[in-house]
Design a protein around this ligand. Structure first.
Ligand code: FSX
Ligand code: F3S
Length: 315
């Protein structure tokens, strides 16, 4: 959809400088704003506010921790085909600590973490990727002589807002799969039930993260969450209920598709600049954003008979 509405001079200047820097058009930017607005279920009249939040909103301090994981969550941002998502991550927030993208290493990195926590105590937004090894006093996950658990215990309770990014941080994910020896647990469980917004997915969709930030900038509060702590704008409906194959002969339910028991907006937001998603690419949904993934959610462990698969809901 084309958005030709012009905004006030300051906002137009901000948009111009952003699109110039990214080598894309104003229309591309407005398309991205439209995707964010649609993801949040906002009226079209909110588009200028969404644009403003992306262009000139406040830059809250972020501390981004990475524990037991594959870095796929960060990669999903940095390699996103949307030219605006990496910009959002690197320029529209004040990224005080992030091991993958920061320049300092070793002691200097740990010092910058401690400095940032002291300086922004009670004000920073903390993003955690990965689950936390608890077995053997947490020694399966060490960072600078500290266990990941110790680091999480020191940093996370001082955050203003906690975001668990990816299934590992939200529910344990792959590091917590059967056969693992590290005793990895989700962030919420490892930290005595600390309140955290959960954005599961392996990897999570960067558009939902961008939408969460825009929502926070616009309304200054947590979005509506479901009983598991996931924003309902992204996890309010099953994949199956939004799937383009629903009711067609092309449905992959007989191949172990987990769409009927997986809550996520993949069919509408999609991945890679909204070009495709798992089922569109002929893969059954693996339930990667549900608790129990990998062991319970993945069709890789599907033990039924092809052609006769079952699902837990019928919507
Ligand atoms: Fe987990 Fe993320 Fe999957 Fe990987 O940080 S949700 S294994 S995409 O990297 O934590
Ligand atoms: Fe079929 Fe639903 Fe999966 S329509 S392909 S079972 S998401």
């Amino acid at each position: 959809m084309e958005h030709e509405e012009r905004f006030d001079t300051k906002l137009e200047e901000g948009i111009s400088s952003l699109v110039e820097k990214k080598g894309v058009t104003r229309r591309d930017f407005m398309k991205f704003c439209g995707l964010i607005a649609a993801t949040l279920g906002l009226e079209a009249t909110m588009l200028p506010k969404v644009a403003e939040a992306l262009v000139s909103g406040p830059r809250p301090p972020f501390i981004w921790l990475q524990f037991a994981e594959c870095t796929g969550c960060t990669e999903a941002f940095l390699r996103s085909s949307s030219p605006f998502i990496d910009d959002l991550l690197l320029n529209k927030i004040s990224l005080e600590y992030h091991e993958t993208v920061m320049a300092p290493a070793g002691d200097a990195a740990l010092k910058s973490l401690n400095d940032a926590v002291s300086k922004y105590a009670g004000q920073f937004i903390c993003v955690v990727e990965g689950s936390i090894p608890l077995a053997n006093n947490g020694t399966y996950g060490m960072n600078g002589g500290q266990t990941m658990l110790q680091m999480a215990q020191q940093v996370c309770p001082q955050a203003k807002v906690m975001i668990s990014l990816g299934t590992c941080a939200c529910f344990g994910g792959l590091p917590a799969a059967a056969g693992g020896v590290t005793g990895a647990e989700c962030v919420h469980g490892s930290l005595g039930g600390l309140r955290t917004i959960k954005l599961p997915g392996c990897p999570p969709n960067p558009v939902n993260f961008a939408a969460l930030l825009v929502n926070y900038t616009l309304f200054g509060d947590y979005p509506a969450l479901d009983s598991l702590g996931r924003p309902t704008f992204a996890y309010g409906k099953t994949v199956h209920s939004q799937c383009q194959r629903n009711g067609t002969q092309w449905c992959l339910r007989g191949f172990g598709c987990r769409g009927p028991s997986t809550y996520h907006n993949c069919p509408t937001v999609k991945f890679n600049d909204a070009s495709s998603w798992c089922v569109q690419a002929d893969s059954p949904c693996s339930g990667c954003s549900q608790p129990g993934f990998w062991d319970n959610g993945s069709f890789f462990n599907y033990s039924g008979t092809y052609g006769g698969g079952t699902s837990t809901t019928s919507d």
